[in-house]
Ligand binder design. Structure first.
Ligand code: SAM
Ligand code: SF4
Length: 357
């Protein structure tokens, strides 16, 4: 019986990868630019649309490759206009995972806000980092997304062409899947790709320093570091990564880094009532960030089952913000969006989806 061949998605491929594909198809090198243009500028849905390629090459390509665009399998709409999309990671034709056992899908969240339209994307199915307060961390690791799986979240939603900003704040730790995240960022910002300004993109990380160095060296995107406590023991009790990569070391590294590219650095700080919301934390956070041009985003905690602490009150968050501002650290309180559909920061679970669809 004839074996069904898995076709590889072209979506998410860099120009260098497309040059290899072109060579395999017997095409000249410049055909890779034509394929990139069709994929990323014209947003072709099939290889047949790449009419500048000879018919025989298109046929060969269609046998071994596909565009790889895959619509979300579910959309949930919040009262505030936020939309949460669920994407399958495993398919009949191709997978959006490079590694991992699968069994979980991923979510992306579309957040319209006046003249902005932000998409919050996932970089992994689940997460290995085990932060105690995060629903994604709670479910463990199920797989690394390919660059195709990351770019597909941006391309396959109905609001795709209206997007103004992108944040890597969905499921997973982007620095734990750095190769695929860098590939996706190259596609998004390269002139042969989507040609987005890197200033429209923010990558959030808990500070996995080894890969963070690469992100800073190889891209110009904005960076957000999840801090949540300035005190090592307390941070470690919430975020096991503190043991391997203490946040003081992350900040020292960032202090020494040359930020000449005008990229923005920010610190994320979830606030729990009676845990990390007093003035002694604000002062220590101010000290931790001393000498850094880093703004602080104060985040309400979005309750998840089994985590004992509650969010700090708005009044306490405002006092904390004012104290940081007095210390010369710009701080703002981030509005929570999509909490009613479990789309807010840290609430994404990807739902249990079984092995196939
Ligand atoms: C889900 S993470 C993904 C990016 C990356 N792994 C990180 O931790 O920075 C995005 C942000 O959501 C925050 N977060 C996680 N769980 C949360 C929760 N239950 N409520 C509010 N924010 C949460 C994280 O700390 C982080 O700042
Ligand atoms: S907060 Fe980020 S790093 Fe921590 S478990 Fe959640 S997704 Fe992973």
């Amino acid at each position: 019986m004839e074996q069904h061949e898995i076709r590889r998605p072209l979506l998410g491929m860099t120009l260098a990868e497309l040059e290899t594909v072109a060579a395999e198809a017997g095409l000249r090198k410049f055909a890779a630019k034509q394929i990139a243009r069709r994929l990323y500028v014209n947003r072709a849905r099939s290889i047949d649309e790449m009419t500048e390629l000879p018919k025989a090459s298109r046929e060969w390509l269609s046998e071994h490759y596909c565009v790889g665009l895959q619509a979300p399998i579910k959309a949930s709409r919040s009262a505030d206009g936020t939309v949460k999309y669920l994407f399958a990671t495993r398919g009949e034709d191709f997978d959006f995972l490079t590694s991992g056992k699968g069994g979980r899908d991923v979510e992306a969240v579309y957040i319209p806000d006046r003249d902005r339209a932000t998409l919050c994307v996932s970089s992994q199915a689940g997460c290995k980092m085990g932060c105690k307060f995060c629903m994604t961390g709670r479910q463990g690791f199920h797989g690394d997304l390919t660059a195709a799986g990351i770019i597909n979240q941006i391309f396959a939603i109905p609001e795709s062409s209206t997007l103004t900003n992108l944040v890597f704040m969905g499921m997973g730790e982007p620095m734990d899947n750095i190769d695929e995240v860098l590939k996706a960022l190259e596609v998004l910002t390269a002139p042969w790709g989507l040609a987005w300004s890197p200033k429209r993109i923010t990558v959030s990380s808990i500070g996995k320093l080894d890969s963070l160095r690469r992100l800073l060296d190889e891209t110009k995107v904005h960076v957000a570091i999840s801090v949540h406590s300035p005190f090592p023991a307390e941070r470690e009790s919430l975020m096991p990564i503190e043991k391997a990569f203490p946040v003081t070391r992350v900040m020292e590294f960032l202090r020494d880094y040359d930020f000449a590219h005008q990229r923005r650095l920010s610190a994320e700080y979830i606030m729990w009532g009676g845990v990390n919301d007093d003035m002694c934390h604000a002062d220590a956070l101010g000290r931790l960030l001393r000498g850094l041009d880093c703004r602080v985003n104060l985040i309400r905690f979005h309750a998840i089952p089994g985590f004992e602490h509650q969010t700090a009150s708005t009044a306490v968050m405002e006092r904390f913000r004012d104290r940081l501002n007095e210390l010369g650290v710009t701080a703002t309180i981030r509005a929570s969006r999509g909490e009613d559909i479990e789309a807010a920061c840290g609430m994404l679970s990807g739902e249990s989806a079984g092995e196939t669809h």
